[in-house]
Design a protein around this ligand. Structure first.
Ligand code: FES
Length: 268
């Protein structure tokens, strides 16, 4: 039976429960795994991005270093390396470009949820109170920068285009002859599919496709695109992790080839 509340009545106050939460399941598991996985990736990616070495093994270039825009870039035959940044740039060439995919992921709606919960415990899980006394949302620096997500989406879509070009170049062998395919080519193919799936499943992309429309029936193409993107968006979390792992694996593969740990097995 529905309970009626008199108009103008004060809203009921919260139940006086002393416990921080009443959950008895392992709610802490997801944030703990998230912290460990993200810290592992951050440690690995930082080591590789600052190393300035072993990021090219013909015909593959590490996605952490592409497009290579510094004068200090290794010569990569056919690769999209343009020396936009001169020899005054004292840091690794990866840092010129990584700021965009990093910003894209840092401001991503899914990653925001993941790191707010796991690193800031804000809140750590549903129905578990957070330890902070006040909440300012994303209205202040630095979290207000998360509102720039759509611009990182545009930049990352361009970079995904460059990574697609890199993947096509992977159909050459070490002597740069076309029509070959190695295990690395396969790995880069899987990676680029995941990178595009993650990029297109972005909520900003969904908004670009179908946002601000008053009538879907008057924009059938945008409506169709919005429908497809919406299906992808439903898998955004899985795509975020899968593409992160594939980017790391591609870089690791290039590193192992460049340091002569093994040669790229040729499939044909
Ligand atoms: Fe995750 Fe845009 S919401 S990439």
């Amino acid at each position: 039976m529905a309970t009626e509340t008199a108009p103008n009545a004060a809203p009921p106050s919260r139940a006086a429960i002393g416990a921080r939460h009443l959950r008895t399941d392992r709610w802490w598991l997801a944030p703990t795994v998230t912290v460990l996985a993200l810290l592992t990736f951050i440690a690995y990616a930082s080591w590789r991005a600052f190393s300035q070495a072993d990021y090219y093994a013909a015909p593959y270039v590490s996605p952490f270093y592409s497009p290579c825009l510094a004068e200090a870039c290794e010569p990569m035959r056919g690769g999209p390396n343009v020396a936009l940044v001169g020899d005054w740039w004292p840091f690794s060439p990866a840092l010129v470009i990584l700021v965009f995919p990093l910003g894209f992921r840092l401001t991503c709606y899914y990653y925001r949820k993941a790191y707010y919960r796991s690193f800031w415990a804000s809140p750590p899980a549903c129905a578990v109170a957070e330890p902070h006394r006040s909440y300012s949302g994303e209205r202040r620096f630095p979290l207000i920068l998360n509102n720039a997500h759509r611009y990182f989406f545009y930049a990352s879509a361009l970079i995904a285009g460059v990574l697609t070009y890199d993947t096509v170049l992977g159909f050459r062998n070490e002597e740069y002859a076309w029509g070959h395919m190695g295990v690395g080519t396969l790995l880069f193919l899987v990676n680029i599919v995941l990178v595009w799936a993650y990029t297109l499943s972005c909520h900003s992309c969904r908004h670009v496709m179908g946002g601000r429309l008053r009538s879907f029936s008057r924009h059938p193409v945008r409506y169709r695109l919005w429908t497809w993107i919406s299906r992808l968006t439903g898998h955004h979390m899985a795509l975020a992790w899968a593409s992160l792992a594939s980017l790391g694996l591609c870089d690791l593969y290039v590193y192992l080839l460049a340091t002569d740990v093994f040669s790229d097995p040729q499939l044909f």
